[in-house]
Write a protein that binds this ligand. Structure first.
Ligand code: ADP
Ligand code: ZN
Length: 218
């Protein structure tokens, strides 16, 4: 099974993709995570993408497509993949469809997680991420340093450098102009599953899992 998770920054793609991947025994390929790891390593790729990410604009598609398709060819991806944060424009979507077609595969379903813009801004502005388990956590207002611990594992929390006001604005703008048209692209080919992304995290996971199961039978 090959699934794309679509939605704005802050919609909860990463959180949901991780749970759903576990449920269905798939690997999750998150382009943003792969870029962040490259930046930490400080390798060629990391140096190339750092500036784009800091500004909140898309990394050029040639770089992104090559990186994601390499992962798709890895042995652990054979059972199926959830793509999280990729594709992000029409060019990437077409490149992905083409690459899968060559292997007699296709994107089976696209899970679009819908969240209001106001809620996205609220989530991203207060988002802290755990160094140890990567779980995101929303902190409203300013808390004492000692309270900034992960609720799941007690790990240290940090704020992503692109979760600042200016970059958040850019990322949302880029999403609405470049990525949102993909909703229609996938709807037209009958692959879109629309899921309400506001509310309890576990509830949303259940909704996605049951929608995918239903569609899998048909
Ligand atoms: P978010 O969805 O919260 O904005 P991501 O972790 O998915 O965060 O992406 C962070 C940044 O990485 C993006 O702002 C962009 O610069 C880059 N990026 C991630 N995925 C892609 C992609 N598919 N195409 C181009 N750039 C990407
Ligand atoms: Zn943690």
């Amino acid at each position: 099974m090959y699934i794309v998770f679509l939605g704005a920054p802050g919609a909860g793609k990463g959180t949901q993709a991780t749970s759903v991947a576990k449920e269905f025994g798939l690997v999750s390929i998150a382009s943003g995570d792969l870029f962040r790891q490259a930046v930490v390593r400080g390798d060629e790729l990391g140096k190339k993408v750092k500036e784009y990410m800091a500004k909140g604009v898309l990394v050029p598609s040639e770089i992104t497509v090559q990186m994601v398709l390499n992962k798709l060819d890895a042995p652990e991806s054979l059972n199926g993949v959830i793509f999280d944060g990729f594709p992000r424009n029409l060019k990437q979507a077409e490149a992905l469809d083409e690459a899968l077609k060559k292997q007699n595969k296709k994107i089976d379903k696209v899970v679009y997680i819908k969240v209001e813009e106001k809620e996205l801004v609220r989530r991203l502005g207060g988002r802290w991420v755990c160094h140890s388990c990567q779980a995101p956590c929303t902190i409203e207002g300013i808390l004492a340093i000692e309270q900034r611990k992960c609720r799941k594992c007690g790990g240290e929390l940090y704020q992503r450098p692109d979760d600042n006001r200016e970059t958040i604005k850019n990322r949302l703008k880029v999403y609405f102009t470049e990525t949102a048209p993909l909703i229609e692209y996938y709807r037209q080919s009958g692959r879109l599953i629309e899921v309400e992304g506001e509310g309890n995290v576990e509830e949303i996971t259940k909704r996605i899992n049951s929608a995918l199961r239903k569609k899998a039978i048909i």
